[in-house]
Design a binder for this molecule. Structure first.
Ligand code: HEC
Length: 437
Protein backbone atom coordinates (compact mmCIF):
# COMPACT_ATOMS: atom_id res chain seq x y z
CA UNK A 1 0.00 0.00 0.00
CA UNK A 2 2.75 2.31 1.02
CA UNK A 3 4.67 1.65 -2.14
CA UNK A 4 1.67 2.47 -4.31
CA UNK A 5 1.17 5.73 -2.46
CA UNK A 6 4.78 6.59 -3.22
CA UNK A 7 4.38 5.84 -6.89
CA UNK A 8 1.49 8.27 -7.01
CA UNK A 9 3.67 10.88 -5.32
CA UNK A 10 6.33 10.43 -7.99
CA UNK A 11 3.87 10.90 -10.79
CA UNK A 12 2.56 14.06 -9.17
CA UNK A 13 6.04 15.38 -8.63
CA UNK A 14 7.00 14.82 -12.25
CA UNK A 15 3.73 16.29 -13.43
CA UNK A 16 4.23 19.40 -11.35
CA UNK A 17 7.67 19.89 -12.79
CA UNK A 18 6.51 19.95 -16.37
CA UNK A 19 4.49 23.07 -15.49
CA UNK A 20 7.76 24.78 -14.68
CA UNK A 21 8.52 25.40 -18.31
CA UNK A 22 11.73 27.24 -17.54
CA UNK A 23 14.44 26.29 -20.00
CA UNK A 24 17.72 25.33 -18.45
CA UNK A 25 19.11 28.82 -18.71
CA UNK A 26 20.93 30.21 -15.71
CA UNK A 27 20.81 33.82 -14.59
CA UNK A 28 23.85 35.51 -13.07
CA UNK A 29 24.29 34.25 -9.54
CA UNK A 30 21.89 31.32 -9.92
CA UNK A 31 22.76 28.05 -8.40
CA UNK A 32 23.52 25.72 -11.34
CA UNK A 33 23.54 22.01 -11.85
CA UNK A 34 27.09 21.69 -13.14
CA UNK A 35 28.79 23.98 -10.67
CA UNK A 36 26.80 23.59 -7.44
CA UNK A 37 24.47 20.63 -7.56
CA UNK A 38 26.43 17.88 -9.28
CA UNK A 39 29.22 17.80 -6.67
CA UNK A 40 26.61 17.24 -3.93
CA UNK A 41 24.86 14.53 -5.93
CA UNK A 42 28.13 12.82 -6.75
CA UNK A 43 29.16 12.63 -3.13
CA UNK A 44 25.83 11.80 -1.55
CA UNK A 45 23.49 10.20 -4.05
CA UNK A 46 25.23 8.49 -6.94
CA UNK A 47 26.41 5.48 -4.98
CA UNK A 48 22.76 4.33 -5.11
CA UNK A 49 21.28 6.46 -7.88
CA UNK A 50 23.13 4.99 -10.83
CA UNK A 51 22.43 2.65 -13.72
CA UNK A 52 22.02 -1.00 -13.01
CA UNK A 53 25.11 -3.12 -13.27
CA UNK A 54 27.55 -0.32 -12.54
CA UNK A 55 27.95 -0.45 -8.84
CA UNK A 56 29.13 -3.30 -6.72
CA UNK A 57 26.76 -5.32 -4.62
CA UNK A 58 24.16 -4.61 -7.24
CA UNK A 59 21.64 -2.68 -5.16
CA UNK A 60 20.64 0.50 -6.96
CA UNK A 61 17.84 3.01 -6.53
CA UNK A 62 15.04 2.92 -9.11
CA UNK A 63 16.19 6.15 -10.78
CA UNK A 64 19.69 7.20 -11.86
CA UNK A 65 21.14 10.67 -11.19
CA UNK A 66 24.37 10.40 -13.17
CA UNK A 67 23.84 13.40 -15.45
CA UNK A 68 21.66 16.45 -15.99
CA UNK A 69 19.13 14.77 -18.26
CA UNK A 70 18.50 12.02 -15.72
CA UNK A 71 18.39 14.31 -12.71
CA UNK A 72 16.28 17.19 -13.92
CA UNK A 73 12.93 15.39 -14.12
CA UNK A 74 13.36 14.54 -10.43
CA UNK A 75 14.20 18.09 -9.31
CA UNK A 76 10.96 18.65 -7.36
CA UNK A 77 11.13 15.24 -5.76
CA UNK A 78 14.77 15.86 -4.83
CA UNK A 79 13.86 19.14 -3.15
CA UNK A 80 11.10 17.43 -1.25
CA UNK A 81 13.19 14.46 -0.14
CA UNK A 82 16.24 16.42 0.99
CA UNK A 83 14.18 19.03 2.80
CA UNK A 84 12.35 16.30 4.69
CA UNK A 85 15.76 14.65 5.28
CA UNK A 86 14.44 11.42 3.81
CA UNK A 87 17.28 11.31 1.27
CA UNK A 88 20.02 10.34 1.55
CA UNK A 89 18.65 7.65 3.86
CA UNK A 90 20.21 7.83 7.32
CA UNK A 91 18.25 7.17 10.46
CA UNK A 92 20.64 7.81 13.35
CA UNK A 93 20.36 11.25 14.91
CA UNK A 94 23.32 10.61 17.22
CA UNK A 95 26.16 10.25 17.59
CA UNK A 96 27.55 12.17 14.62
CA UNK A 97 30.85 11.63 12.83
CA UNK A 98 31.62 8.26 14.36
CA UNK A 99 30.10 5.90 11.80
CA UNK A 100 31.96 5.24 8.56
CA UNK A 101 28.78 4.83 6.54
CA UNK A 102 27.08 8.02 7.79
CA UNK A 103 25.02 9.70 5.04
CA UNK A 104 24.02 13.26 5.86
CA UNK A 105 23.72 16.51 3.96
CA UNK A 106 24.76 19.75 5.65
CA UNK A 107 22.22 22.55 5.96
CA UNK A 108 24.19 24.46 3.31
CA UNK A 109 23.98 21.55 0.88
CA UNK A 110 20.24 21.26 1.37
CA UNK A 111 19.92 25.00 0.84
CA UNK A 112 21.87 24.73 -2.44
CA UNK A 113 19.61 21.96 -3.75
CA UNK A 114 16.46 23.87 -2.80
CA UNK A 115 17.67 27.11 -4.41
CA UNK A 116 18.51 25.22 -7.58
CA UNK A 117 15.03 23.75 -7.86
CA UNK A 118 13.53 27.13 -6.99
CA UNK A 119 15.48 28.72 -9.86
CA UNK A 120 13.98 26.21 -12.34
CA UNK A 121 16.77 23.63 -12.09
CA UNK A 122 19.15 25.33 -14.57
CA UNK A 123 22.03 23.36 -16.07
CA UNK A 124 24.58 26.19 -16.15
CA UNK A 125 27.93 25.80 -17.85
CA UNK A 126 29.17 22.29 -18.46
CA UNK A 127 32.74 23.56 -18.04
CA UNK A 128 32.01 24.05 -14.32
CA UNK A 129 31.36 20.34 -13.78
CA UNK A 130 33.62 18.37 -11.49
CA UNK A 131 35.31 15.25 -12.88
CA UNK A 132 32.95 12.27 -12.81
CA UNK A 133 33.07 10.40 -9.55
CA UNK A 134 35.14 7.25 -9.67
CA UNK A 135 33.37 4.42 -7.95
CA UNK A 136 35.37 1.67 -6.29
CA UNK A 137 37.27 -0.12 -9.01
CA UNK A 138 35.97 -3.61 -9.21
CA UNK A 139 38.14 -6.54 -10.04
CA UNK A 140 37.30 -8.24 -13.33
CA UNK A 141 34.76 -10.45 -11.61
CA UNK A 142 32.99 -7.52 -9.98
CA UNK A 143 34.25 -7.60 -6.36
CA UNK A 144 35.67 -4.46 -4.78
CA UNK A 145 38.18 -5.98 -2.37
CA UNK A 146 40.14 -8.08 -4.86
CA UNK A 147 39.52 -11.68 -5.78
CA UNK A 148 37.67 -13.47 -2.99
CA UNK A 149 38.93 -16.80 -1.66
CA UNK A 150 35.41 -18.16 -1.48
CA UNK A 151 32.24 -17.20 -3.34
CA UNK A 152 29.06 -18.89 -2.17
CA UNK A 153 26.26 -18.44 -4.64
CA UNK A 154 22.78 -19.59 -3.78
CA UNK A 155 22.44 -23.11 -5.25
CA UNK A 156 19.32 -22.37 -7.29
CA UNK A 157 18.20 -19.09 -8.85
CA UNK A 158 14.95 -17.69 -7.52
CA UNK A 159 12.24 -16.05 -9.62
CA UNK A 160 10.68 -12.86 -8.26
CA UNK A 161 7.20 -13.12 -9.74
CA UNK A 162 5.50 -10.44 -11.83
CA UNK A 163 2.93 -9.65 -9.15
CA UNK A 164 5.49 -9.06 -6.38
CA UNK A 165 5.73 -5.50 -5.15
CA UNK A 166 7.35 -5.97 -1.78
CA UNK A 167 8.96 -9.20 -0.63
CA UNK A 168 11.09 -10.10 2.36
CA UNK A 169 12.51 -13.58 1.98
CA UNK A 170 15.38 -15.66 3.36
CA UNK A 171 17.38 -18.26 1.46
CA UNK A 172 19.77 -20.73 3.06
CA UNK A 173 22.87 -22.55 1.97
CA UNK A 174 24.77 -25.09 4.05
CA UNK A 175 28.40 -25.27 2.98
CA UNK A 176 29.49 -28.70 1.84
CA UNK A 177 32.88 -30.21 2.53
CA UNK A 178 33.86 -29.57 -1.06
CA UNK A 179 32.89 -25.92 -0.73
CA UNK A 180 34.66 -25.27 2.57
CA UNK A 181 36.75 -28.22 3.77
CA UNK A 182 38.15 -26.60 6.95
CA UNK A 183 37.41 -23.84 9.42
CA UNK A 184 39.08 -20.60 8.35
CA UNK A 185 39.57 -17.08 9.66
CA UNK A 186 38.14 -14.44 7.36
CA UNK A 187 38.89 -10.73 7.36
CA UNK A 188 36.40 -9.49 4.80
CA UNK A 189 33.15 -10.28 3.07
CA UNK A 190 31.06 -8.81 0.30
CA UNK A 191 27.62 -9.48 -1.21
CA UNK A 192 26.05 -9.42 -4.63
CA UNK A 193 22.29 -9.29 -4.68
CA UNK A 194 22.00 -9.97 -8.41
CA UNK A 195 18.67 -8.16 -8.47
CA UNK A 196 19.50 -4.67 -9.79
CA UNK A 197 16.76 -2.14 -9.27
CA UNK A 198 14.51 -4.73 -7.70
CA UNK A 199 16.88 -5.39 -4.79
CA UNK A 200 16.22 -3.01 -1.93
CA UNK A 201 18.59 -4.45 0.62
CA UNK A 202 20.26 -7.67 1.67
CA UNK A 203 21.41 -8.95 5.06
CA UNK A 204 23.71 -11.96 5.35
CA UNK A 205 24.19 -14.27 8.32
CA UNK A 206 26.37 -17.23 9.14
CA UNK A 207 25.78 -19.94 11.74
CA UNK A 208 28.30 -22.64 12.55
CA UNK A 209 27.29 -26.30 12.53
CA UNK A 210 25.81 -27.28 15.88
CA UNK A 211 25.27 -31.04 16.06
CA UNK A 212 21.91 -31.92 17.56
CA UNK A 213 20.51 -28.44 17.08
CA UNK A 214 17.65 -27.84 14.73
CA UNK A 215 18.59 -26.63 11.26
CA UNK A 216 18.97 -22.92 10.61
CA UNK A 217 15.98 -22.99 8.23
CA UNK A 218 13.75 -24.11 11.11
CA UNK A 219 15.23 -21.74 13.68
CA UNK A 220 14.97 -18.86 11.23
CA UNK A 221 11.36 -19.72 10.42
CA UNK A 222 10.52 -19.31 14.08
CA UNK A 223 12.95 -16.66 15.20
CA UNK A 224 13.95 -14.86 12.00
CA UNK A 225 17.19 -12.95 12.35
CA UNK A 226 17.88 -14.38 15.81
CA UNK A 227 17.77 -17.94 14.48
CA UNK A 228 20.02 -17.19 11.52
CA UNK A 229 23.20 -16.83 13.56
CA UNK A 230 25.78 -14.07 13.31
CA UNK A 231 24.95 -11.07 11.18
CA UNK A 232 27.64 -10.43 8.56
CA UNK A 233 26.27 -7.11 7.40
CA UNK A 234 23.36 -5.54 5.54
CA UNK A 235 23.81 -3.62 2.31
CA UNK A 236 21.48 -1.03 0.89
CA UNK A 237 23.82 0.01 -1.89
CA UNK A 238 26.82 -1.37 -3.65
CA UNK A 239 30.39 -1.49 -2.44
CA UNK A 240 29.50 -1.79 1.21
CA UNK A 241 31.98 -4.57 1.59
CA UNK A 242 33.34 -5.28 5.06
CA UNK A 243 37.10 -5.38 5.59
CA UNK A 244 38.20 -5.85 9.20
CA UNK A 245 41.24 -4.02 10.55
CA UNK A 246 44.56 -5.91 10.66
CA UNK A 247 44.68 -8.49 13.41
CA UNK A 248 40.90 -9.05 13.43
CA UNK A 249 39.12 -12.12 12.09
CA UNK A 250 35.77 -13.85 11.98
CA UNK A 251 35.78 -17.62 12.34
CA UNK A 252 34.01 -19.28 9.42
CA UNK A 253 33.38 -22.89 10.34
CA UNK A 254 33.18 -25.77 7.89
CA UNK A 255 29.57 -26.90 7.61
CA UNK A 256 28.19 -23.44 8.41
CA UNK A 257 24.86 -22.32 7.03
CA UNK A 258 24.60 -18.96 5.31
CA UNK A 259 21.37 -16.98 5.33
CA UNK A 260 20.67 -14.61 2.45
CA UNK A 261 17.93 -12.36 3.78
CA UNK A 262 16.57 -10.34 0.87
CA UNK A 263 14.18 -7.44 0.53
CA UNK A 264 12.89 -6.98 -3.02
CA UNK A 265 10.70 -4.12 -4.02
CA UNK A 266 9.32 -3.22 -7.44
CA UNK A 267 6.24 -2.16 -9.34
CA UNK A 268 4.19 -5.27 -10.04
CA UNK A 269 3.11 -6.01 -13.60
CA UNK A 270 3.47 -8.34 -16.52
CA UNK A 271 7.07 -8.87 -17.53
CA UNK A 272 8.50 -7.33 -14.34
CA UNK A 273 9.51 -10.66 -12.81
CA UNK A 274 13.22 -11.40 -12.69
CA UNK A 275 15.58 -14.21 -11.73
CA UNK A 276 18.04 -13.61 -8.93
CA UNK A 277 20.82 -15.65 -7.36
CA UNK A 278 22.59 -13.74 -4.57
CA UNK A 279 26.21 -14.39 -3.61
CA UNK A 280 28.32 -13.98 -0.49
CA UNK A 281 32.09 -13.83 -0.89
CA UNK A 282 34.76 -14.22 1.80
CA UNK A 283 38.37 -13.07 1.98
CA UNK A 284 40.57 -15.33 4.08
CA UNK A 285 42.98 -13.99 6.72
CA UNK A 286 46.24 -15.95 6.78
CA UNK A 287 48.11 -13.57 9.03
CA UNK A 288 47.92 -13.78 12.83
CA UNK A 289 44.53 -12.94 14.34
CA UNK A 290 44.52 -11.35 17.79
CA UNK A 291 40.87 -10.31 17.99
CA UNK A 292 37.93 -12.53 17.20
CA UNK A 293 34.90 -10.78 15.76
CA UNK A 294 31.59 -11.94 17.15
CA UNK A 295 28.26 -10.70 15.90
CA UNK A 296 25.89 -11.07 18.76
CA UNK A 297 22.46 -9.82 19.64
CA UNK A 298 20.88 -8.56 22.82
CA UNK A 299 17.23 -9.35 22.39
CA UNK A 300 13.93 -9.51 24.16
CA UNK A 301 11.66 -12.27 22.88
CA UNK A 302 9.16 -12.45 25.73
CA UNK A 303 7.03 -9.38 24.98
CA UNK A 304 3.47 -8.70 23.90
CA UNK A 305 2.57 -5.32 22.48
CA UNK A 306 -0.90 -4.24 23.66
CA UNK A 307 -3.49 -3.66 20.94
CA UNK A 308 -3.78 0.01 19.94
CA UNK A 309 -0.79 1.13 22.03
CA UNK A 310 0.80 4.09 20.24
CA UNK A 311 4.20 4.14 21.98
CA UNK A 312 5.11 0.88 23.68
CA UNK A 313 8.67 0.47 24.92
CA UNK A 314 10.55 -2.82 25.09
CA UNK A 315 13.88 -2.85 26.89
CA UNK A 316 16.78 -5.26 27.29
CA UNK A 317 20.26 -5.09 28.72
CA UNK A 318 23.46 -6.99 29.22
CA UNK A 319 26.45 -6.44 31.49
CA UNK A 320 29.74 -7.24 29.83
CA UNK A 321 31.87 -9.96 31.40
CA UNK A 322 34.95 -8.89 29.42
CA UNK A 323 36.31 -5.91 27.51
CA UNK A 324 34.89 -5.64 24.01
CA UNK A 325 35.62 -3.45 21.01
CA UNK A 326 32.37 -2.63 19.29
CA UNK A 327 32.41 -2.55 15.49
CA UNK A 328 28.73 -2.39 14.46
CA UNK A 329 25.14 -2.01 15.60
CA UNK A 330 22.07 -3.26 13.82
CA UNK A 331 18.75 -2.47 15.51
CA UNK A 332 16.12 -4.83 14.17
CA UNK A 333 12.34 -4.46 14.49
CA UNK A 334 9.42 -4.85 12.10
CA UNK A 335 6.50 -2.69 10.92
CA UNK A 336 5.49 -1.29 14.31
CA UNK A 337 9.05 -0.29 15.27
CA UNK A 338 9.41 3.50 15.45
CA UNK A 339 12.63 4.12 17.38
CA UNK A 340 15.65 2.44 18.92
CA UNK A 341 18.34 3.54 21.33
CA UNK A 342 21.53 1.92 22.67
CA UNK A 343 23.12 3.33 25.83
CA UNK A 344 26.25 2.35 27.77
CA UNK A 345 26.35 2.63 31.55
CA UNK A 346 30.01 2.39 32.51
CA UNK A 347 31.20 0.74 35.75
CA UNK A 348 31.70 4.23 37.27
CA UNK A 349 28.04 5.10 36.55
CA UNK A 350 28.73 7.41 33.64
CA UNK A 351 26.22 7.12 30.76
CA UNK A 352 26.92 7.43 27.05
CA UNK A 353 24.48 7.39 24.17
CA UNK A 354 25.84 4.80 21.73
CA UNK A 355 23.18 4.99 19.04
CA UNK A 356 19.94 6.90 18.72
CA UNK A 357 17.54 6.08 15.90
CA UNK A 358 14.54 8.31 16.60
CA UNK A 359 12.68 7.43 13.40
CA UNK A 360 13.26 3.78 12.75
CA UNK A 361 12.19 2.55 9.31
CA UNK A 362 12.05 -1.21 8.90
CA UNK A 363 12.35 -0.80 5.12
CA UNK A 364 15.98 0.26 5.60
CA UNK A 365 17.93 -2.30 7.59
CA UNK A 366 20.99 -0.24 8.34
CA UNK A 367 24.14 -1.53 10.02
CA UNK A 368 25.91 1.33 11.77
CA UNK A 369 29.66 0.82 11.37
CA UNK A 370 32.22 2.54 13.59
CA UNK A 371 35.14 4.22 11.90
CA UNK A 372 37.30 3.12 14.83
CA UNK A 373 36.42 0.23 17.16
CA UNK A 374 34.71 1.51 20.32
CA UNK A 375 36.04 0.09 23.58
CA UNK A 376 33.49 -0.89 26.24
CA UNK A 377 35.19 -2.24 29.36
CA UNK A 378 34.15 -5.26 31.41
CA UNK A 379 31.35 -4.33 33.80
CA UNK A 380 29.69 -1.92 31.35
CA UNK A 381 25.95 -2.40 31.02
CA UNK A 382 24.45 -1.98 27.57
CA UNK A 383 20.80 -0.90 27.67
CA UNK A 384 18.76 -1.15 24.50
CA UNK A 385 15.22 0.13 24.00
CA UNK A 386 12.83 -0.15 21.10
CA UNK A 387 9.55 1.72 20.73
CA UNK A 388 6.48 0.47 18.87
CA UNK A 389 3.35 2.08 17.51
CA UNK A 390 0.48 -0.40 17.37
CA UNK A 391 -2.16 2.23 16.60
CA UNK A 392 -4.93 2.01 14.00
CA UNK A 393 -3.35 4.88 12.13
CA UNK A 394 0.01 3.19 11.67
CA UNK A 395 -1.72 -0.11 10.97
CA UNK A 396 -3.57 1.49 8.07
CA UNK A 397 -0.34 2.94 6.73
CA UNK A 398 1.80 -0.19 7.08
CA UNK A 399 -0.87 -2.80 6.54
CA UNK A 400 -1.05 -4.56 9.92
CA UNK A 401 -3.92 -5.17 12.36
CA UNK A 402 -3.68 -2.84 15.35
CA UNK A 403 -6.17 -5.03 17.20
CA UNK A 404 -3.49 -7.77 17.36
CA UNK A 405 -1.17 -8.36 20.30
CA UNK A 406 2.06 -9.10 18.46
CA UNK A 407 4.85 -11.02 20.12
CA UNK A 408 8.27 -12.13 18.90
CA UNK A 409 8.19 -13.89 15.53
CA UNK A 410 9.62 -13.96 12.03
CA UNK A 411 6.65 -12.87 9.91
CA UNK A 412 6.52 -9.23 8.90
CA UNK A 413 3.40 -8.76 11.01
CA UNK A 414 5.00 -10.37 14.07
CA UNK A 415 7.41 -8.13 15.90
CA UNK A 416 11.07 -8.24 16.86
CA UNK A 417 13.17 -6.49 19.41
CA UNK A 418 16.75 -7.40 18.61
CA UNK A 419 19.73 -5.19 19.27
CA UNK A 420 22.50 -6.69 17.18
CA UNK A 421 26.00 -5.72 18.15
CA UNK A 422 29.19 -6.75 16.38
CA UNK A 423 32.33 -6.66 18.51
CA UNK A 424 35.80 -8.08 18.86
CA UNK A 425 37.33 -9.82 21.87
CA UNK A 426 41.00 -10.52 22.41
CA UNK A 427 41.91 -14.19 21.97
CA UNK A 428 43.87 -15.87 24.78
CA UNK A 429 46.41 -16.94 22.18
CA UNK A 430 46.72 -15.26 18.80
CA UNK A 431 45.52 -17.56 16.02
CA UNK A 432 47.18 -18.26 12.67
CA UNK A 433 50.64 -18.05 14.22
CA UNK A 434 53.21 -20.53 12.97
CA UNK A 435 53.05 -22.71 16.13
CA UNK A 436 49.42 -23.59 15.27
CA UNK A 437 50.47 -25.64 12.30
C1 HEC B 1 21.67 4.23 0.23
C2 HEC B 1 21.13 4.43 -1.08
C3 HEC B 1 20.61 5.80 -1.45
C4 HEC B 1 21.26 7.01 -1.36
C5 HEC B 1 22.66 7.28 -0.87
C6 HEC B 1 20.33 7.99 -1.87
N1 HEC B 1 19.17 7.39 -2.26
FE1 HEC B 1 17.51 8.33 -3.02
N2 HEC B 1 16.57 6.53 -3.13
C7 HEC B 1 17.10 5.31 -2.80
C8 HEC B 1 16.11 4.26 -3.02
C9 HEC B 1 16.31 2.77 -2.79
C10 HEC B 1 14.95 4.91 -3.49
C11 HEC B 1 13.62 4.27 -3.85
C12 HEC B 1 12.55 4.60 -2.88
C13 HEC B 1 12.77 4.06 -1.49
O1 HEC B 1 13.10 2.90 -1.35
O2 HEC B 1 12.62 4.84 -0.53
C14 HEC B 1 15.28 6.33 -3.56
C15 HEC B 1 14.39 7.30 -3.98
C16 HEC B 1 14.73 8.63 -4.17
C17 HEC B 1 13.85 9.62 -4.75
C18 HEC B 1 12.48 9.35 -5.31
C19 HEC B 1 11.48 9.55 -4.24
C20 HEC B 1 10.12 9.35 -4.77
O3 HEC B 1 9.40 10.33 -4.83
O4 HEC B 1 9.82 8.20 -5.14
C21 HEC B 1 14.51 10.80 -4.76
C22 HEC B 1 14.02 12.12 -5.28
C23 HEC B 1 15.81 10.54 -4.17
N3 HEC B 1 15.91 9.24 -3.82
C24 HEC B 1 16.77 11.51 -4.00
C25 HEC B 1 18.03 11.27 -3.45
C26 HEC B 1 19.03 12.28 -3.30
C27 HEC B 1 18.87 13.73 -3.73
C28 HEC B 1 20.09 11.68 -2.73
C29 HEC B 1 21.40 12.33 -2.31
C30 HEC B 1 21.33 13.60 -1.64
C31 HEC B 1 19.76 10.29 -2.52
N4 HEC B 1 18.51 10.08 -2.98
C32 HEC B 1 20.61 9.35 -1.95
C33 HEC B 1 18.37 5.08 -2.33
C34 HEC B 1 19.31 6.05 -2.04
Amino acid sequence: MRIQARTVAVVLAVGALSLVAAPSQANEGDVTYYRDVLPIIQDNCQSCHQPEGQNLGGVVAPMSFMNYAETRPWARAIAHKVEAREMPPWYASAPRDVFSNERLLTDAEIETLLSWVEAGAPAGDRADAPAPRQFVESTSDGWSLGTPDYVFKLDEPYFIEDDVYDLNISFFKTLTEAELPDDVWVRGWEFKTDAGKVGHHMCGFVRGPAPGERPVEEAAAEEGAAGSGQLLTCIAEGAEAVMLPDGYGLRLEAGSTLTYNMHYHKDPGEGTGIWTQPEIAFFVEDRPVRYQVINDSIGNTGFEIPPGHPNYRIGMSRTLDKDIQVLTYWPHAHLRGTASRYTAIYPDGREELLLDVPEYDQGWQETYKYKEPKLLPEGTRIDISFWYDNSEERGARYDFRASDTPGHGPRTDDEMSLGFIGYAVELDEPANTTDDD
